[in-house]
Ligand binder design. Structure first.
Ligand SMILES: [Zn+2]
Length: 271
């Protein structure tokens, strides 16, 4: 997954194979080329920070203009570290009301609308079904990881849109790596409530302390859901280690911006 420049923005670009039925644009933004001032410099796409709202609006406009759509076609939601999924299966005249809706993943079969999740350590995951023409964007922090939101989102695409997991392509974006993500007992307790094997995703580093690999957790959930290993890409980049490229909530003590994982169907032909 290399960093490319398109229009004004730089983004990490996973490659998804298009078909006659469906094609996409997708990526994970970096912090470059926006208008926000420190500590939100510069492409802060998060609505719920202490950054100036007009600057965030300006940044979101830079992103959408890059891909030839108006800003009201960018759909993000109120992320709550839960496991609710917003499914959009019909055109809307106005997508702005979704901004207030609480969810941590979005799936849709609608072309021409960009769905996005904002992150600053959490894992952004993008999903694409080129057979049915369906896309997904997932926000997975440790709580979402423990609640298996990525696995649930694949299952949502199956249930609501008839996607087959073996047809899906997935990209795991830049997030905080195990190098920088030390966690303690409450996090372990969160995982002990479900089927994830703690030992396979966390390494003990001190008494009562572990280093957690959230990208790996999401990869495992995708595989368990039936997505082929060869169809899963991972950036392998730690946002905390790369101050020059990415925001990191933990590194910057919460005073930081948000990058975005985004995806949009550009073509669908269901005839
Ligand atoms: Zn790191």
């Amino acid at each position: 997954m290399e960093i490319i420049r398109s229009g004004r923005i730089h983004y990490c670009a996973p490659h998804f194979d298009s078909t006659a039925v469906a094609a996409t644009v997708q990526g994970f933004t970096t912090r470059h080329e926006g208008v926000s001032r420190p500590p939100y410099n510069s492409l802060n796409l998060g609505m719920n920070t202490d950054d100036s709202p007009p600057n965030v609006e300006g940044n979101r406009s830079i992103l959408t203009r890059t891909f030839g759509i108006s800003q009201d076609r960018l759909i993000t939601v109120q992320q709550t570290h839960g496991s609710d999924i917003l499914a959009i299966d019909a055109p809307n005249d106005d997508y702005s009301h979704f901004l207030e809706l609480e969810a941590d993943a979005i799936i849709t079969n609608q072309p021409g609308v960009m769905i996005g999740v904002t992150v600053a350590d959490c894992v952004p995951v993008l999903l694409f079904d080129p057979v049915k023409g369906v896309i997904g964007a997932v926000h997975a922090g440790w709580q979402g990881c423990a609640a298996q939101i990525t696995r649930q989102t694949v299952q949502g695409m199956e249930r609501l849109f008839g996607s087959r997991p073996q047809d899906l392509q997935a990209a795991i974006g830049p997030c905080i790596g195990p190098c920088c993500y030390e966690v303690d007992q409450p996090v372990k307790d969160g995982f002990d409530k479900n089927r994830t094997s703690w030992e396979s995703v966390a390494e003990s580093c001190a008494p009562g302390k572990w280093r957690l690999d959230m990208a790996l957790i999401n990869r495992m959930q995708l595989e368990e859901a039936g997505v082929p290993i060869t169809a899963i890409q991972s950036s392998g980049v730690c946002v905390c280690c790369h101050r020059e490229l990415f925001f990191s909530y933990r590194r910057d003590n919460g005073e930081t911006g948000r990058q975005m994982g985004f995806i949009m169907l550009t073509v669908t032909d269901k005839s």
